[in-house]
Design a protein around this ligand. Sequence first.
Ligand code: MLT
Length: 268
Amino acid sequence: MKARQLYTFFLPDLIPEGLLVDSVSVVIDILRATTTMTTGIANGATRIVPCVGVDQAHLTKQRLLDGLPEPMSAMESTPRVLLGGERLGKPLPGFDLGNAPETYSPSAIGGRTIVMTTTNGTRAMDRCRGAHQIVIGSFANLTRVVQHLSRAHRVALVCSGTDKHVTCEDVLFAGAVTAELSRLTGDSEPPWEINDQAELARSYWQQLPTGSQFPTTESILSVFRRSLGGSNLIAQGRGVDLEFAAQIDRFDVLPVLDQSIWEITAAK
Ligand code: MLT
């Protein structure tokens, strides 16, 4: 039986040239880009358009607005295209939303397009261009991501990191996916061949104290609190975002980035 391949990369810069071509690539930025995008899509955003730069985000918003029909009435209170994201964790001037997942609520973003730019996450998505498929992963949709990957032959788990440094929460999620995929592989299915970074990530996940099916939320949170990305957010008074991001399977949704139009929507 031919093995399937599962690679983890602790940073986008560690991906060898050409490796993603026939991989389902999962972009991981637990604190907070991919958690927030998962939340936005689950809560009814029509689409999320990731942009690397702030200027690009403004231009993209204008382009999308120009392509929409005129508003039905001047009373439409929430614009149909919203700008969201952050730089160094902080909301951007002139943006409608920051990058805190709980602010992407149904009332705030339902039925809206969100143009998003974040320090590391949207950059990691850009690095995955050319992959067979790009999906958005977070603890908020762990099981849905694992179910999807269980049908793939080659998987790349791409950790975004924080400012080009490896960050624990992304590695922990890669470990969770690796452990779950290994656990769910039946005897008649091809095994997963994993790289050393996947092996390290899986061991990291498996050393946490287990609750029922998964490690306890408190043990996941304790990793987040010690991490580079997590301690930056705590210093900014955003500890609540860590608590949100540590909850497993809040949503049963698979956000997929369509590379032909560069938009994230929910897989059917
Ligand atoms: C990022 O993309 O760098 C992160 O999501 C940062 C953050 O939200 O603070």
